[in-house]
Design a protein. Structure first.
Length: 195
């Protein structure tokens, strides 16, 4: 009889130790988690104020053919629900490219964008930590003006960092890709310069 009581007591003790151990471990993980809370992506939230970027362009075979850094200043107009982005891109081959975006929020998670080298309108949407802009971009390639289809995907990394993957295509065929990392704020501008 005593042996049965001891066996039951041992099982109960082991179960309590297991439960307490799991609870303590979970509590310790929660207490020591330093992962910041990140807001869902919205163009007008992330791109307000100064933003800097570094990136590269790949050709259709995956080789990096250009590198660049960018200076961006974003201004949000609440009355017109429009984000204005003044961009200057500096390429490693010496070319500088200016672009001014007007991105209007047209509803919940919906946007329409316009820029000087965009043919027609860019259609945008956001979902959770991701965003998308689709548009036709006019570019000069080997002395010829052509129009490329662009799928611009944005992914939140942290409150200050945004990753962008841009797929370029012509007649449905992949012709290249651009990868960009955006950094919010002006404290690291000098570190991002290629000069």
């Amino acid at each position: 009889m005593m042996e049965r009581v001891r066996a039951v007591a041992t099982r109960v003790a082991k179960t309590l130790v297991l439960i307490v151990g799991v609870s303590v471990t979970q509590g310790a993980l929660a207490a020591h988690s330093n992962e910041p809370v990140v807001e869902a992506f919205a163009f007008e939230h992330y791109f307000q104020g100064p933003v800097h970027a570094r990136g590269f362009v790949k050709n259709r075979s995956g080789a990096i053919i250009r590198r660049f850094w960018a200076e961006i200043e974003g201004t949000w107009d609440e009355s017109t629900q429009t984000l204005t982005l003044d961009e200057i891109l500096h390429f490693d081959d010496g070319e500088n490219l200016s672009r001014v975006w007007q991105i209007e929020r047209t509803g919940d998670n919906r946007y329409v964008g316009r820029a000087n080298d965009v043919d027609g309108e860019a259609m945008g949407e956001t979902s959770g930590f991701d965003g998308l802009l689709r548009y036709a971009l006019e570019v000069n390639y080997r002395g010829m003006d052509i129009v490329l289809s662009v799928d611009d995907h944005f992914h939140v990394v942290s409150e200050d960092v945004l990753f962008n993957r841009t797929q370029l295509s012509k007649f449905g065929f992949n012709v290249g890709m651009v990868s960009t990392v955006f950094y919010k704020g002006d404290t690291i501008a000098n570190q991002l310069s290629l000069r």
